[in-house]
Design a protein around this ligand. Sequence first.
Ligand code: UGA
Length: 449
Amino acid sequence: MAGEEREPLGVVGAGWVGLVTAACFAELGHEVVVRDIAPGRIAALERGESPIHEPGLGEALARNRQRLRYTEDLGELLEAARIAFVCVGTPSTPEGDTDLSAVWHVLDELDSPEEGLVLVMKSTVPVGTGERIRARFDALGLAGVGYVSNPEFLSEGTALLDVTSPDRVVIGAFADEDGRRVAAVYEPLGAPIVHTDVASAEMIKLASNAALATRISFINEIANVCELVGADVQEVARGIGLDRRLGPHFLRAGIGFGGSCFPKDASALKQLAANSGYHFQLLSAVIEVNELQKRRIIQKLQAHLGPLRDRTIALLGLAYKPHTNDMREAPSLVIAPRLLAEGAVVRAWDPVALDEARAVLGGVVFAETLHDAVNDADAAVIVTEWPELLELVSSDVRDAMRTPLIVDGRNLLDPAAARAAGFTYEAIGRPLALVPHPPRAKEPARGLL
Ligand code: UGA
């Protein structure tokens, strides 16, 4: 793309979505001005430090240093760019609604934007937000300022690839011309572009995340039934996934979904429906299944160890998924306090998120190495499927543990290999080979025939 003239762009909010988007737009040849108000963040970016752990991001920011400018001043961004992508955080309120205060803060700052500016909403917002913002612009006499909903579908850990090779780009606009201007930014990517109305674009984002979360809770419930009836959920998922109508994705059973998106967006859609007079029963079940799934780890440990008081449990992998240092809604944040409440000693380890975990996980002992975490432990629990944890299956680890018990919350390991190495191995939705079958009764009990 180098050498081609491309429109300067603005990105408001240097979080996961903002920074990755800015790096990718710069890679496409745009000058990009990135604005953030978090103390120290702009200075760190100017020093060449990426505040988040995302594979390839640091390199992409460095490679495009000439095209990227960082500022705390929204005015500087608006002077340079006529298209501004809003990528600020929209967390949950305690009631499960969406907290839009960061979005409104940006709008409050836009006191006299020039005609021709297009504000592009990438932050995940409830359906109807665009309509409210349009009404506000119109009331202020800013009919010439455009508004476009352009939800983001990137996943942490593969964010750069997701942005540069998207399955689709969704563009919801009030005015076709605004939609076309934003679409032009994405055209070099060659992805299908879904032009639609603003409310539908907003709903596509929430519904996509809800559908993915539903698949995860579905396969987790199948896993729980597999445990009762002796089937293996990995085999079941493989068999389901080959049906082209269903596909193989998001059928990995485990201890449930976390992160800054699925829990928040599932709850936001449920609340949006409720606020509009509809009880979204399926989504309520999806959320409840996910909460219960994390807690199954405790029952599995108790089944092998009995009461957990004074038992040392190694919690392995603390970030909500591998290849990120993001602790938001990580299952470890539920499992660790539950173990502490049972009186266990919790040793926690993660290859990249230790500092972030220290800030939010109280009462646990942090181990600097995997070996320190498992040494003398009564059980090792795989909470996040970091590839480093494949090393668990070794005679060194087995000998270092007080009880060689692995509870694999992500079905990362090969059960046969783990058992062959001398571990008691328990996973999610897989046959429990080492729990002896109850002796077969000589005669069927009366009343069961
Ligand atoms: C998710 C969506 O996948 C993105 O499309 C979306 O843009 C993003 O939310 C967002 O709204 O910002 P992300 O949360 O980064 O992305 O990560 P995922 O890879 O989707 O994983 C989410 C959670 O589901 C993780 O805790 C993961 O362990 C869990 N998961 C995922 C499963 O338990 N099973 C699976 O089969 C897949």
